[in-house]
Design a protein around this ligand. Sequence first.
Ligand code: GLN
Length: 486
Amino acid sequence: MNLNFATLTDLQKALRNRDVSATELTQHYLTRIDALDPALNSFISIQAEAALGAARRADERLARGDARPLTGIPIAQKDIFCLQGQRTTAGSKMLGNFIAPYTATCSEKLADAGAITLGKTNMDEFAMGSSNENSYFGAVHNPWDPKLIPGGSSGGSAAAVAAGLCAASTGTDTGGSIRQPAAMCGLTGLKPTYGRISRWGMIAFASSLDQAGPMTRTAQDAAILLEHMAGHDPRDSTSLNEPVPNFSEDIGKNIKGLRIGVCREFFTEGLDPAVERSIREALAVYESLGATLVDISLPHTPYSVSAYYVIAPAECSANLARLDGIRYGHRCLDPENLQDLYQRSRGEGFGEEVKKRILVGTFALSAGYFDAFYNRAQKIRRLIKEDFVKAFEQVDVIAGPTAPTPAFPLGEKASNPVEMYLQDIFTISASLAGVPAMSIPVEFANGLPVGLQLIGNYLQEGSLLQAAHQFQQETHWHTLTPPEAL
Ligand code: GLN
C-alpha cells in the first residue's frame, strides 16, 4: 500500500490489521515532511516528539484491541487552532511567541477520537487571504506546481494533504478558505453549517462567519473527520445544539432524483472557460447518476463580495483589538509611553492586509458611517440568506464552480486586492447565509485541479457528502496526485 496518499479509510484498516503501526506511519510522514516541506512551506511548526509519543500510545491501544475511530492516524492542523502548550500563531508575527493555554474544542475531539497531530500548518495571517501569500512565515507553494499559489487562507493545510505529508487536515473557512484551497490543490474540503463545529479555541477572524472543517482526499474521509469535529459545545454560544448524524455510514445512499440547482449567477463573465467546461462536465456526470438539474437564480449573489468586505473587516477590527502588546501579542522594545507601546506593538505585529482590514472595519463601524456601510451590508446579508431559503424550496443541493480560475502564479494578484477578493465570488454567499458547502475535484483544466462547489441547506452536510461520494465513485479526479510529491 502506498502510504503517501492513503485515505483515512485505508489507514484505519491497515492500522487495525497491523499492516503498519502508528509509529511507522507517523515516522513515515515526518520523514516526508523533512524531505518535501522545505520546498512547499506548508508547516509553521512540527511536533515530532509529541506526535511520536501519541503514536506509541496509539500502538498500545491497537495492540489491546481498543482502537477508537481515528487511533493512530496522523493529521495536520491549521495554525489557528489552539493546542495546549504549543505555539499557535495564526500566521502572524503578532502571535509569533504565543503558547496556547488550552486546546480548541474541535482539536480536542479529534485527539479524543485518536488522531495524532503532526504539526501546525501555514496560513494567511489571521485567515485573511486567498493565496497564502499573506503569512508572516512566508508563502506556501502548490504541490501541483510550486510556482503557483495553493489557495488560502488554509493553504498550508491543503498543500500538506495534496503532497501526501499527512492523511488529512483541518482548516477554517470565513468566506471560502477551506473550499478555495481544496479546489486549487485537488482536495475535498467541507465548510459545515455555521455553528456545527465549535469555534472555541479557534482564533477569531470574523466570528459570525468563521467555521472549521475537514480537508481530505475523499468525501468519505471528510465525513469521518466531520463526525469527530462536530457537536454542541456549551463554551461557544453560537454552537448548535443538534445531534451529529452518522455521516460516514449514510454516505452510500444513492442520489437518484436529487434535485441539483444550477445557479445562473455562478456562470458569470469572470469564470475561466476551461473551469466552466469542467463544471458542466461534472454536472453531466450527476445527470447520468440520476440527478435532475434545475436552473435557479440567487439574485443577490453579485452583492456578496461587497457585503462580505464590510462585515468581515468590521468583525476583525473588533476581534483583533485584544492584540495590543498588553493583553495579548507582540510587544515592541523600549516603549516611550503607553501610546507608543500600542502604536508600535500593533504596527510591528500586524502585516499589511490585516492593517488594511482593521482600518476598513473601524471606519465602517464608526458612528457616522455605521448606517451607510455596516447596516447596509447586514441588510444585503439577509437578502442573500433569503435567496438560499427560497432556492432550497425547489432543490436539494446547489452546484457551481468553487473559484473562477485554477491556481495562479505566486505574486500575480498580490498587488491587486480587487482581483484577489474576486477569488471568493462563488464561496462567500454560503458563508454569509451560514449554509454548508463543499468543494470536490472535477476534470482538471490545463493539468491543474478544478473544484466543483456543492452548497446545501442548513444542517444538510449529509446530502452534500452523499452527492460528493457518489461523484467520486464514478470519477477518478480525487485520486490524482501531484507529480512532484511522489
Ligand atoms: N479570502 C477571504 C478573505 O480574505 C476568505 C478568507 C477566509 O475564508 N478565511 O477574507
